[in-house]
Ligand binder design. Structure first.
Ligand SMILES: CC(C)(COP(=O)(O)OP(=O)(O)OC[C@H]1O[C@@H](n2cnc3c(N)ncnc32)[C@H](O)[C@@H]1OP(=O)(O)O)[C@@H](O)C(=O)NCCC(=O)NCCS
Length: 240
């Protein structure tokens, strides 16, 4: 798609429909969901199970081809739980699956197709049950997990740390480091004294950030006409 021909009034309707879906179809699936959630393609989001909690300013980008999946399982022993802090970013294809407890701190960012699980789901000698193979995962504040990284059971990722793309994390990660590779090892240290711009910076004035984004979209859509929009759907050409 070279140009978005959607007219302003359709964009506004799409935003209204998105908000309606988030408030009436997505919010009830969380035990608690904070203020100002921004969910792209909320109809593709797959939420299953109880005890799924998210804070304010959740930015969740789902897509029909790469849905975000948040799943908690209930067993005889325990109920899984997923807790996501304030100002977190969750990208397309992220899968978070909990048998026990996964907590993600404020300002954390999960890149596309990150996988987090707090269980192996089968015991090493008991292949028919998830026997003694679950342990909580704790991702502290302001952690950035790169594209397609995998975080397994019982791990903790320290504040501000970064997990490189494609890493398989098998040991705890301390605060203020970059880990990468399989198995992930420390490749760099971060300077904790340096000022760090966190996602919360974007949302200092409530949802003003989103209002600005929408006004930019409206400016781009300023000259879009219904006729061109319909033509693009029916008879697209190489300028579309
Ligand atoms: C983690 C990351 C941010 C670090 O970037 P950086 O500070 O520029 O890192 P460098 O390139 O200096 O790499 C440092 C070392 O770690 C290694 N390394 C870095 N990323 C790696 C990775 N993902 N897997 C394996 N090794 C990696 C480098 O080869 C280098 O090793 P060397 O010192 O032996 O040469 C970056 O490598 C990365 O993974 N980016 C992807 C981010 C992402 O997923 N974004 C999606 C949008 S949210």
């Amino acid at each position: 798609v070279r140009k978005n021909h959607t007219p302003q009034y359709v964009l506004q309707w799409q935003r209204w429909w998105n908000r309606w879906w988030v408030e009436h179809r997505i919010r009830p699936q969380f035990d608690s969901l904070g203020q100002y959630p921004a969910v792209h393609s909320p109809w593709s989001l797959q939420i299953s199970g109880e005890k799924i909690i998210a804070g304010d300013f959740l930015h969740l980008i789902s897509h029909r081809n790469k849905p975000v999946c948040l799943t908690t399982w209930r067993s005889k022993q325990q109920q899984g739980e997923i807790t996501i802090g304030n100002y977190c970013l969750i990208s397309p294809g992220v899968q978070i699956t909990s048998a026990e407890r996964i907590s993600i701190g404020d300002n954390s960012m999960l890149a596309a197709e990150v996988v987090i699980s707090d269980s192996d789901w089968h015991g090493i000698y008991n292949r028919v049950r998830p026997f003694r193979c679950s342990a909580p995962v704790t991702i502290h504040n302001n952690v950035w997990i790169g594209l397609r990284a995998i975080i397994g059971k019982g791990l903790s990722i320290g504040e501000n740390s970064i997990v490189g793309a494609g890493s398989v994390v098998t040991n705890d990660v301390p605060a203020n480091v970059i880990v990468a590779g399989n198995p992930a090892r420390v490749v760099k240290n971060l300077n904790p004294k340096r000022r760090m711009l966190k996602r919360e910076f974007l949302f200092q004035n409530g949802d003003e950030y989103w209002q600005k984004q929408h006004s930019i979209e409206n400016i781009f859509a300023g000259n879009n006409s219904t006729v061109q929009w319909l033509r693009k759907h029916l008879f697209p050409d190489n300028k579309d």
